[in-house]
Design a protein around this ligand. Structure first.
Ligand SMILES: Cc1cc2nc3c(=O)[nH]c(=O)nc-3n(C[C@H](O)[C@H](O)[C@H](O)COP(=O)(O)O)c2cc1C
Length: 252
């Protein structure tokens, strides 16, 4: 399946959605409390099952931020492995998904001019995850451990809302799933209770337009990969309708 951005078919009103991309380098310009509050409110405008609004954003500031980065870097150097609070990638990764992963990595390292065999260069870029890419705002998204996958789905919508809102006002952001591999350390440094699952980090601020990393461009699969139609056959559907009681009610 070939990848495509289909840029010419996008309704102008949807441009704001297609303009968002992950931003991994920021200027030093601070983000005002008012603006941050507006972005978080935009995130919270997301729909959620039964309007439960699961999840939380923890703003990591001051000494806690440097302590967290130090601890995560130490874990990396000492090859510390922690159990993630939730599963993410399929294991093993099927070849077609692996190809997408490699394409995303190539887009990132290509923008940075880091060659395939430059392990040190890749390592250096990876380590920037743990510094929240030096963004002025560093957030950790958490969710109560009692939520199932649906809660993560809801929080994902809020995360997208936050990223879209940031992009719409000219800011930039990047979710940092790399942090989810160090959930215990994050809980320990930030003194979070054991029942707060660590979902991801988020770097937020004003994009450094001159930074090569921000020239990373990813593509998307064509629509027919996501959209499938089902229309019959008629005999099969008629047989199913015949089996159902006619007074079925929706209890939602
Ligand atoms: C939940 C989540 C976790 C992510 N984790 C990381 C990360 O740890 N490091 C990173 O550089 N990018 C991370 N990304 C950014 C993705 O690589 C990026 O969204 C993807 O390649 C598509 O590119 P785009 O956001 O520019 O459209 C993450 C994105 C999401 C949604």
């Amino acid at each position: 399946m070939t990848e495509s951005n289909e840029p010419n078919t996008v309704d102008l009103r949807l441009q704001f959605l297609h303009q968002r991309r992950s931003i991994r380098a920021f200027t030093h310009q601070a983000v005002s409390r008012t603006l941050l509050a507006q972005l978080l409110q935009a995130a919270r405008a997301a729909p959620s099952g039964a309007n439960l609004q699961p999840g939380k954003f923890i703003e990591v500031i001051g000494a806690a931020r440097s302590a967290l980065t130090d601890a995560l870097m130490r874990n990396r150097e000492e090859l510390v492995e922690e159990r993630e609070d939730y599963g993410y990638f399929p294991r093993p990764m099927p070849m077609q998904l692996r190809k997408r992963q490699v394409a995303a990595a190539q887009a990132l390292y290509g923008a940075l001019g880091i060659a395939r065999d430059d392990a040190a260069g890749r390592d250096e870029q990876f380590a920037r995850n743990f510094r929240f890419f030096d963004a002025p705002v560093a957030l950790i998204a958490t969710i109560d451990a009692s939520f199932g996958e649906g809660g993560y789905m809801d929080l994902g919508m809020a995360l997208h809302g936050l990223q879209l809102a940031a992009s719409a006002v000219g800011m930039g952001s990047c979710a940092i799933g790399a942090m989810a591999s160090h959930a215990d350390t994050i809980r320990e440094v930030l003194q979070l209770p054991a029942d707060q699952h660590i979902v991801c980090g988020i770097a937020l601020g004003w994009p450094d337009e001159t930074a090569p990393v921000n020239r990373t461009r990813t593509s998307r699969l064509p629509l027919d990969v996501y959209l499938e139609q089902r229309s019959g056959p008629h005999d099969h559907l008629a047989a199913i309708s015949a089996r159902r009681p006619t007074n079925e009610t929706n209890t939602q």
